[in-house]
Ligand binder design. Structure first.
Ligand code: PLP
Length: 401
């Protein structure tokens, strides 16, 4: 399936509506609870026979507005917003799986997700098989009668592999199981639901908010799935309570409307660096390069106009070299030696010893994660040529090129 005609930025812009009382921005709901006209209305609301806000952990007007915007951007019926990306991921998984179930997951995922799969779920009788998500045959073979979902990231952290969502969706539909996709690295660039995923999760801490001032997450899916998550009796989100605060929801909502411009600039800057890094002989991993193993998959499944994204990595061979290089880049103002991504300043980290440190060293080696990998989240620099010159000077002074 080609989604080139799906334009998440325009869908998002069209989701705005006027409010003559509060003005152009949505007002912030400052209430944990809501009033009912009488006892009957309260009973009917709790029975689901009357639609009203009943308690902010369930729904509130501010989170509802942000959720509607996210659903418009993803092409889903509904969405729900959480206090972190991990809250979105864990609520989704625990809603779909119970003790005795099995999950097939990409071997390469964010370290926190990997640790949840490897260390936490088995305590509650849920087993996970880790596979090379780019190998559809391996994914298919790992599915068992008790498998409930295939889990992946559209662009995996930190190897930057690209999942072929339409191909995975064909497999999950055939087996009548769910395909859950984390699209944190590539909002707007990919629309996984349009490509056949059942649930799309985000760490909105990253590109979607883009300001690194809060953690947040979201779950985008069918109306039925979102309603099941907040069911008063057994909804995982309702009962574990990971709801996003309304003040943060309001600020993320405003930042969402510049996301398309930011993604284009992140992509443009990163493509520039990818070409320059190659010219000076570095080992580069960027999905926009023709030699990236899933460059073709990305070209076939990405939306038009937003580029190949802001994530790139280079391999310096050893942890020590990576460490010296990152310290010098920070000293010279390239950006910050920090985990996370999607910020307006460039961030860089050594994945194996930070955001993927939960992955045992043996498995890191098996998945091809070099100890010298430096992962960049490229910022919105206006003068990326100058940024490259500074990076090059760091490499030369440390005798890395
Ligand atoms: N998903 C991906 C791909 C991530 O990189 C991260 C964090 O780095 C998360 C999820 C977790 O998000 P949060 O830190 O907002 O809980």
């Amino acid at each position: 399936m080609n989604t080139r005609h799906f334009d998440p930025a325009t869908e998002l812009q069209n989701s705005l509506h006027t409010d003559q009382v509060f003005g152009v921005n949505q007002s912030i709901s400052d209430s944990a609870t809501f009033t009912f006209e009488d006892g009957k209305q309260m009973t009917d609301t709790f029975n689901g026979e009357h639609q009203a806000f009943l308690y902010s952990r369930h729904w509130n007007p501010t989170n509802l507005e942000l959720s509607k915007a996210l659903a418009a951007m993803e092409g889903t019926e509904a969405a729900w917003v959480t206090g972190s990306g991990m809250a979105a991921i864990t609520s989704t998984i625990l809603q779909i799986c119970k003790s005795g179930d099995h999950i097939v997951s990409s071997m390469t995922t964010y370290g926190g997700t990997f640790a949840f799969f490897k260390n936490w779920l088995p305590k509650y009788g849920i087993e996970v098989s880790f596979v090379d998500i780019t190998n559809i045959e391996e994914v298919t073979k790992a599915i068992r009668p008790n498998t409930k979902m295939v889990y992946t990231e559209t662009m995996t952290n930190p190897l930057l592999q690209i999942s072929d969502v339409p191909a995975l969706s064909t497999v999950t539909k055939k087996h009548q199981i769910k395909l859950v996709v984390d699209n944190t690295f590539t909002p707007m660039i990919f629309s996984p639901f349009k490509l056949g995923a059942d649930v799309v999760v985000y760490s909105m801490t990253k590109f979607i908010n883009g300001k690194n001032d809060t953690t947040a997450g979201s779950i985008c899916a069918s109306g039925d799935f979102i309603n099941s998550l907040i069911d008063l009796n057994d909804g995982t989100a309702m009962l574990l309570g990971p709801v996003l605060d309304t003040f943060r929801a309001s600020s993320i909502h405003k930042n969402l409307f510049t996301l398309h411009i930011r993604m284009k600039q992140h992509s443009q800057n990163t493509m520039f660096l990818a070409k320059k890094f190659k010219e000076i002989g570095l080992k580069v991993n960027y999905a926009g390069c023709k030699d990236h193993p899933q460059h073709e998959v990305m070209g076939r499944t990405m939306n038009a106009d937003f580029g190949y994204g802001g994530m790139i990595s280079i391999d310096l061979g050893t942890k020590e070299k990576a460490s010296d290089f990152m310290s010098l880049m920070q000293k010279r103002g390239v950006g910050y030696l920090a985990v996370s991504l999607g910020y307006f300043k460039t961030l860089f980290s050594n994945s194996g010893s930070s955001t993927s440190s939960e992955v045992p060293l043996k498995l890191q080696a098996k998945m091809g994660l070099s100890e010298g990998l430096v992962r960049y989240s490229v910022g919105l620099d206006n003068d990326i040529e100058n940024t490259f010159s500074v990076i090059k000077s760091c490499l030369i002074d440390l005798k890395l090129i």
